[in-house]
Write a protein that binds this ligand. Sequence first.
Ligand code: AMW
Length: 156
Amino acid sequence: MATLRFGQHLVKASAVFLQTELSFALVNRKPVVPGHVLVCPLRPVERFRDLRPDEVSDLFSTTQRIASLVEEHFNASSLTIAIQDGPEAGQTVKHVHVHVLPRKDGDFQRNDSVYDELQKHDREEEDGPSRWRSEEDMAAEASALRKHLETKRTNQ
Ligand code: AMW
């Protein structure tokens, strides 16, 4: 697998832990909580409304699969699943992506603060290479998730 386009970014294969016919899942360089990952269509489409029905279907079935994976993998007990669709909704990368965040009791003092964090965690003043995880760290997480997916597949 070569690099994949994610809006203005090129994502290394080492950060991608699942690729389907029309979608892919990658680990986040600046997760809001441990296990915060992203699921995207392979085609670099900016807005949710512009996806074809087969892309929506693949994106959401992949999201469902990834959501149970990260909930289990990060020993969580709930999930926040969100799309920031357009700049006023907080979208910074012009390529549709579903945020999947494993949630635990007490991870935020005020539960809905997760949405404030999502909105601001990758804005200019909050972001920058010094705040990103290392490539090695991201590759290690993606590799562990790939292995976990494989175990789930063989146990099905
Ligand atoms: W958006 O604010 O557009 O809803 O979310 C963009 C997300 O993509 C953020 O969570 C941000 O940390 C993540 N991100 C941006 N660029 C990369 C990258 N190159 N690799 C991994 N995650 C990225």
